[in-house]
Design a protein around this ligand. Sequence first.
Ligand code: ADP
Ligand code: MG
Length: 319
Amino acid sequence: MPLGEFDLIARYFARPARRALLGVGDDCALLAPAAGMQLATSCDMLVEGRHFLSTVAPDRLGHKALAVNLSDLAACGAAPLAFTLALSMPRAEEAWLDGFSRGLFALADAHGCELVGGDTTQGPLCICISVFGEVPAAQALLRSGARAGDDLYVSGTLGDARLALEAFRGTLDLTGDALTTARAAMELPQPRVALGIALRGVATSAIDVSDGLLGDLAHLLRLSGVGARLEVDALPRSATLAAQAPAVQRECTLAGGDDYELLFTAPPGRADAVQAAAVAGGVAATRIGRVEAEAGLRLFDAEGRALPNTWGSFDHFRP
Ligand code: ADP
Ligand code: MG
C-alpha cells in the first residue's frame, strides 16, 4: 500500500506542539509571541533544478530548505519561533521523506523552531517554507538604516557555494577535501541567527547574502539612500577558495550567491560591539568597506586602485 497523504504527514511531520498554542492537525496553528515582541515572517521556495540539484541528499535538502528561511529571520535580528511547510513531490517515497524530515528537524531543533502546519500535494518537487520569529518592538534590523560613515561588514566567508556549483557544472576542477568543503557550504548553509540577534541595537542595517554580495549590497544601499566603497580584496574567503585562480575568487566572492551570510553596517564607534556580537554569534565579522553619501558602489583592490564593476547579480527572470 503506498503511503497516503495523511499517513505521511502523521509519520514524518506531525510533532507535538511545544511553544505554539496549537500545532499540526487543525485548520490553523496558533502562535503567541511574547509581550512587547513583534512577529517577523518570511517565506522562501526551493524548486528542483532551479534552487537545488536533483542529486542532493534528502537530509541536506531538508536542512537547506529551512536554513534559507532562518537566514531571513537572522537578517532581521529575529529569534525563530515556528515554521510551516508546503511540500509538493512526485511520489511519497519513504526513504526520501525519512531523510528530508531528519535534516529539517535537526536544524529546527537546533534553533528551537517548531513545525506548526503545512500543505502536502503530489507534483514536481518543490518545498515552500514560511518562518515566524519574534523581535522586540522597533528593534528589527532593516535594509534601510545604513548611514554615510558607517562601516560595512560581512559574516563568515563568501563564495564557497558558488565554487561547488561551478564544480558540479564542470567549469572548474575540484576534488577531495576542497570539493567536500565547498559542497557543504552549498548544501548545509548555517543561518546566522545568533549573530542577527546580537546585532540588535548595534547594526544600523542588515541583509542576508543570498543572490551574491554585489546584488544584495545594491538592495541595501538603494533602500538606505546611500552609496559605498567596497574593498574587494578584503572579502573573507575560505582556504579552498583562496587556492583558486584570482578571477574565480573575485567572481565567487562578489557574485557567488547562496552564501547566507549577513551583510550589515555599523558606525565606526561600534566596532568593538560588532566584534562582541560576532563572538556571541560564533562567526567572524570582517570589515569590507564604508558607506558613503554619494549613491552607487565603488570597488577598490588592495592597492587602492578602482575596479570596474563587471559582475552581475542573480535574477530568476534575467539569465
Ligand atoms: P486543510 O485542508 O485544512 O488545509 P490539510 O488537510 O491540508 O488541511 O492538512 C491537515 C493538517 O496537516 C493541517 O493542520 C496542516 O497544517 C497539516 N499539514 C499538512 N501538510 C503538512 C506538512 N507537510 N507539514 C506539516 N504539517 C502539514
Ligand atoms: Mg482546513
